[in-house]
Design a protein around this ligand. Structure first.
Ligand SMILES: NC(=O)c1ccc[n+]([C@@H]2O[C@H](COP(=O)([O-])OP(=O)(O)OC[C@H]3O[C@@H](n4cnc5c(N)ncnc54)[C@H](OP(=O)(O)O)[C@@H]3O)[C@@H](O)[C@H]2O)c1
Length: 238
């Protein structure tokens, strides 16, 4: 059986990815987020606030007897408050880094530790962002947190190449989805132009139907998870 752990499976990209994977009878999906919105016989929900690092650190992955493939999709993310640095709230800075960078790093470490001697196909997919490569005013913490996730992925990619063990190795990819029509984009469109100078461009993306649907993005991520050996790089966009 294939086991997919997906953070942020309650809405947007993560939810569509879970629903797409649940169409295949050999797949189990374990969703991790604060709210549960999927009910399915092959779906298990784990209620977890990823900003609560004590709980994230005590999270454990299981090793079922019938495991042939196991994937961790670090998808949950937050933009935090869209404001220039100097106007940010300290708590919000910490929460955003915890959700976007610290929790995926802790979960990835636990994932590799749990499955390193298990012979199965093992994949870590981090949902990154173009904002991790390009600066956007008002998004400092989000940009920095996604950039960190990219570099964390690149290092693991190098480590796995050095270990060079096809039986026990892990595949890691940090993949940006493009602009997707989710709650996150709604939040962006509500920003003030003083805090985010590009807000009108993002309003136009929506008005001109230039946003991708979460479902089409999910289908591309499923293809990637089903054929991950074709990808040689750790960092890319869909
Ligand atoms: N939409 C885009 O245009 C776009 C572009 C580039 C990258 N991305 C990335 O794509 C990923 C998914 O975003 P989306 O657009 O699908 O956003 P979304 O619809 O807002 O979904 C965010 C998900 O993250 C979960 N989440 C947020 N805070 C959490 C917390 N404290 N603990 C646990 N889970 C939490 C939410 O679940 P709960 O609220 O139930 O906890 C929800 O399932 C993110 O990493 C985002 O950075 C999106």
């Amino acid at each position: 059986m294939n086991y997919y752990y997906i953070t942020g499976a309650s809405s947007g990209i993560g939810k569509e990815l879970a629903l797409e994977l649940l169409k295949h009878k050999n797949n189990w999906v374990i969703g991790i987020s604060r709210t549960q919105t999927i009910v399915h016989s092959a779906y298990k929900h784990i209620q977890l606030d990823l900003s609560d690092l004590n709980k994230v650190c005590s999270f454990s992955f299981s090793i079922p007897n019938d495991i042939t493939k196991v994937c961790l999709v670090n998808n949950a993310g937050t933009l935090g408050n869209i404001k220039h640095v100097g106007s940010l709230n300290a708590e919000d800075i910490i929460t955003s880094y915890n959700i976007n960078t610290i929790a995926p790093s802790v979960l990835t470490n636990a994932f590799i530790k749990t499955y390193q001697s298990v012979q199965a196909e093992k994949i870590i997919l981090n949902i990154s962002s173009g904002a991790g490569k390009n600066p956007y005013d008002g998004w400092a913490v989000y940009c920095a947190s996604k950039s960190a996730l990219d570099m964390f992925s690149r290092v693991i990619h190098e480590e796995q190449l050095k270990q060079n063990n096809p039986l026990t190795g892990f595949k890691i990819m940090s993949v940006a989805p493009g602009k997707v029509d989710t709650a996150m984009q709604e939040q962006i469109r509500k920003a003030s132009s003083n805090e985010f100078s590009n807000v009108n461009r993002f309003i136009d993306f929506k008005d001109n139907n230039q946003l991708l649907s979460p479902r089409e993005v999910a289908i591309k991520y499923v293809k990637l998870l089903e054929n991950s050996s074709a990808e040689k790089d750790a960092i890319f966009s869909l």
